[in-house]
Design a protein around this ligand. Structure first.
Ligand SMILES: Nc1ncnc2c1ncn2[C@@H]1O[C@H](COP(=O)(O)OP(=O)(O)OP(=O)(O)O)[C@@H](O)[C@H]1O
Length: 223
């Protein structure tokens, strides 16, 4: 059974402490939902989990081994869908999906699966449409389709329901459940309620409030 953990994580951005002493534990089939006020550090924590931001201190581990030992291997085991859409405006939906799939080691499998993934999010009919003509919700659905097209055990989803209609939110909840049933893990941030069973909730604000305005240089002595 896989596990993904973080211990004593400290995040500093722009020389300001965002959060400190943050721990998390996630096991196969688990879902960790990040909540907290604007600026609490939810996106920062997800970026850290994705290897896009280094912790100022603390350790993240996969099956007990620090992920920092091999970040390429860590990135291969995850899908990160950020706040902002990653759709390239001049590429069609199909080309965007193929581009993403091509970045992964299971590229041919992912490319074979992407049509099904687009259908799941009801955007199969938009396959030839350039990214710049998609609505905000269609862009978000195309972004989410890539998590289904290529298999990865760990999904990191930053406010995945943004711009989605009710029907798409329901589909997202269903694909998250199916992923977890197969032993996958999900970490997501949200400002709204999603219908997700047996989720662990982590309020990132609990690790920021008391120290949010201290400068990194002051903190460096105390961390
Ligand atoms: N690139 C950056 N450089 C410096 N500071 C940053 C950067 N990105 C974010 N921050 C700061 O880090 C803190 C945490 O931001 P983050 O986006 O992680 O919060 P959040 O909880 O996801 O917020 P929201 O709910 O508004 O999306 C904020 O104070 C923000 O101003």
């Amino acid at each position: 059974m896989a596990s993904f953990t973080g211990q004593d994580l400290v995040c500093i951005r722009g020389e300001r402490l965002v959060f400190a002493k943050l721990d998390f534990t996630l096991e196969s089939g688990g879902c960790l939902t990040l909540i907290g006020h604007n600026g609490a550090g939810k996106s920062s924590l997800l970026r850290m989990m994705a290897g896009l931001l280094s912790p100022a201190s603390g350790v993240m581990s996969w099956e007990g081994e620090p992920v920092s030992q091999d970040m390429d291997e860590h990135r291969e085991r995850l899908h990160y869908v950020g706040h902002h859409d990653a759709i390239k405006p001049v590429l069609s939906v199909e080309e965007n999906l193929k581009f993403w799939a091509g970045l992964r080691s299971d590229a041919s499998k992912a490319q074979a699966n992407f049509k099904e993934a687009l259908d799941i999010f009801s955007i199969g009919h938009l396959i030839d449409v350039p990214g710049r003509f998609l609505s905000a919700g269609q862009k978000r659905r195309a972004n989410l389709a890539r998590i289904i097209a290529s298999k990865s055990p760990l999904w990191l989803l930053d406010e995945p329901t943004t711009a989605l209609d009710k029907e798409s939110i329901k589909k997202l909840e269903d694909v998250i459940e199916a992923h977890r049933e197969k032993g996958g893990m999900v970490v997501l941030s949200t400002h709204s309620d999603m219908n997700i069973k047996d989720q662990q909730v982590l309020n990132v604000g609990d690790f920021t409030a008391a120290r949010g305005h201290e400068s990194a240089s002051l903190l460096a002595e105390g961390i």
